[in-house]
Design a protein around this ligand. Sequence first.
Ligand SMILES: C[S@@+](CC[C@H](N)C(=O)[O-])C[C@H]1O[C@@H](n2cnc3c(N)ncnc32)[C@H](O)[C@@H]1O
Length: 214
Amino acid sequence: MNRLMNENIFPEEYFRRADESPDGNFYLAPRFVAHIDPETIEALTRFYREFVPLKADVLDLMSSWISHLPEDQALGRVAGLGMNQEELAGNPRLTEYLVHDLNHDPELPYTPGSFDRVLISVSIQYLVNPVQVLRSVRSIMRPAGQIAIAMSHRCFPTKAIAAFQALSSKERVELVSAFLFEAGFEEIRFVDQSPAMGDPLWILVGTAPSESNA
Ligand SMILES: C[S@@+](CC[C@H](N)C(=O)[O-])C[C@H]1O[C@@H](n2cnc3c(N)ncnc32)[C@H](O)[C@@H]1O
C-alpha cells in the first residue's frame, strides 16, 4: 500500500489500523443498518437540501444502501462508490454504482469534470490515503464544485485509522480540514449540524478551484 503521501505530511502512525487485511473481506456481507441516529440522518438530509443544487450531478463516495439525500430533490446523475454490491444495488437514490476499494486504488474511475457535488458520509475515517483520494476527487469535480465530508462519533474500530481513535472530536475535524487543504480544496469551512438529540453531525465543506485557479 502506498503511504508516501501521508508520510510526507502527517505522522505515519495516524493511518495504521487494527485490521490491515484487505477491506473486501470486511465488507463482503451487506449491512443494511443505519450508522447514525434518525435525528442525525434528518439533520444531514436537511443540510444536503441546501448544499446540493437542483439537477446537480452527485457522487456519493463510500456509499451504501442509503445516501441521505432528500427523496423529492430532483438531481442529475447520482453515482455511488462503495465496497458492497448488494448495499449499493439496494440504494434507491443511485442512478449508477461501482464497487471500488479506495484503500487499494485511491484513483477514482470517473472522467475529469464529472460532478458538481461529492458527499462522504460517516466514512472518511476508513481511508488510509485520504489526501490521495481527495486529490482524485478534486480532479473529477467541475470547477468550483463542492465536497461535504460528514462525520460523527461512531465507527468500526478495527477498520478506522488510529488517528480517529486517538484524537478528540475537535482534533479530528482539524485533521480532515488539513486533508482537504493538502488535496487542494479551497474555502474550507466547518458546519456543526448536530441535532439536539442523537449522534453529533460535524461537516467539513471544501470547494474545488474555479476554472481560473485550477
Ligand atoms: C459506516 S458506512 C457509511 C455508509 C454510508 N455512507 C452512510 O452514510 O450510511 C462506511 C462505508 O464506507 C465504505 N468503505 C469502507 N472502506 C472503503 C474502501 N476501502 N473503499 C471504498 N469504500 C469504502 C463502505 O462500503 C461503507 O459503505
